[in-house]
Design a protein around this ligand. Sequence first.
Ligand code: HEC
Ligand SMILES: [Ca+2]
Ligand SMILES: [Ca+2]
Length: 660
Amino acid sequence: MKNAVTVTGALLLGVTLVRLFAAQSTPRLALELQDYAALPITADNTNTNTRAQLARVNYLRDEPGGRRFFVNDLNGRLYILDKQTKQFTTYLDFNGAEGRPGLFQRFSFKLNFATGLTNFLFDPDHAHNGVFYTLHMEEPAIAAPATPRAGIVSGLDLSGYATTPAIQTPTVNGQVDREVVLIEWTDRNPTNSTFEGTARELLRVQYPLAAHPLGEMTFNPVARPGDPDWRVMYLGAGDAQSGEQRDSRRLNPQRLDTLVGKILRIVPDLREHTTTSTVSENGRYRIPNDNPFTTVDGARKEIWAYGLRNPHRLIWDVDPARPATPTLLAFNIGLVTWETVVVIHKGANYGYPLREGTQSMSPTNGMGPLPEDDMIPVQISNTVTRGLVKPAYAVIEYPHNRDSGGDAIANGFIYRGTLIPALRDKLVFGDITTGRIWYANRTDVLAADDGNATTVAPIYEMDAGLRRLAEEKYHERGGRGGALPGMGMVAGRGRVDLRFAVDNDGELYVLTKSDGMIRKVVSARPATSTSPAVAAPAPSAGQKVSSPPAASLRNPAASTTESIAAGKRLYDVNCAACHGNLAQGAVKAGTTLSIIEEQRGKQPPDLTDDQWDHGSSAGDIFFVIKRGLPQTMMPGFDGRIPDEDIWNIVNYLRTLRPRK
Ligand code: HEC
Ligand SMILES: [Ca+2]
Ligand SMILES: [Ca+2]
């Protein structure tokens, strides 16, 4: 077992190095970011996890016509952002949980990641019809009505409002922690900054676990009235964490009888496409007849593509050479190794959880090479299959790796603005937790969509210093604690929590939840050698392939009072935040990392109980600290703490005994 892990690590390193070298032959670009607007702080300041992020800004969208921005905060508010004054006005407040003043009493926003008011989207005809759509999460266990509360928004006419039955998702023990709700709103006067009109619930889907929701919506940007895609909505539905479970939920992303882990395609307005679509089961929307599985027995007709873990962002590439047929791309967050961008094709299967990136994944989340003739079953239900299909592969991928990767892919855009010629026709994207930013050439991205797993677009890292900027602003705006809130496996303590946005001119914005800021990308220049790289932690030596047998290594530092005191000082600064101030472990210290956020590893263990899962000799402990434990939250300190100081820490740890 241990050997298998090492081999995968070595393979991974090989892949990573090839890409790194590709990246270094081109001069590195440095992005200049300018503060654009600061969201009102909605943080829970008693929390150290992502609820302590100053404002959980998720989307910025330009109003059709470009007069104002609209911006949402997962904590519940949909704002109008005035482009001149940079003032935020609350347009709708969804958060009516636990006596809060907003619309929905079942509103659920406290867990990390994309819980809360996840998204809003303008109808393509918004300027005329005032229609927009929202996605938010509710907690079905809350004993309060699921309808919006009357009197909260004085112009909201609720006379015809009715909820829909939640579409069931296969689960175990009846567990359904959340429901995702899609609502269509019609504002009779879309020019003022208040809401007056009606709302219609279109869809409600069970989410057995809270992470990876149905969180993304988009319309084909080139479709015009009369076109088959006019006002047809594509949705990105996360897998509700199904694919990483080791029970019957695991196949949900592959199953065509459930909506999670899919790209969906629906017609929200019952009056559109009446002759080429069918009314949905719940009677609230239509399903185009040319969706790929409308004639497959037992399949959900809403499905457009499948086998995805968390396709949380969708974008379109409009090729000037063939503007009528834009390409849909999804940013898909991975589980074990690969963060990916995929090109979405009608009916395609992206393989998860049998595949991740361009590798295969075992039922215990082990990674391996793809079989030579790569085919997987077409899964209708948990037991029924119908033939085989060749999975579709990523066009961009990066690993969970300190040197060249991150924890979770954010979104990105193919730059079409005029401010920054150096970015033209580049897909600019980033990593959520580390705040790293890359670009790939658009032509490389499209060329990699060739059905061949071994071709992916090269990616080039850019310097933006985003982590440093976010840390400074976080503290300047009153954020407490030493690091940014939350954690990531690669990022360590402190998530930047990055997303991108574009305005109607195609200019780029960077949204960061940690400091609740919107920044505009104003230039890209060749990086000078002194330009600060993203302050990512120093490389962990965990990927080194050969080393002396750890257990036999002798501690060269004598266990003197000085050594132990030096070790304690270093421990307090570098380790106490996770392992507790007395090294008693996160559980006893009461500083446990949220289960959802850090589900991939154990809680930081007690280091005083003389139980060593990774070896008890001084050499074993030395190497755990130096290299970290890959695939867990334990970072490597190589390059950050000199070897002799690591030995001092070992000496300090050796003096500790369990405390009552
Ligand atoms: C970001 C949180 C975090 C930080 C910071 C951190 N650790 Fe850890 N550490 C962990 C976690 C989580 C584990 C358990 C990994 C596993 O086994 O799944 C761990 C495991 C260990 C182990 C292995 C224990 C065993 O049972 O074998 C040692 C030793 C250790 N850490 C020491 C340190 C020291 C010393 C520092 C500071 C220099 C440090 N850690 C900093 C999270 C952290
Ligand atoms: Ca209005
Ligand atoms: Ca390819």
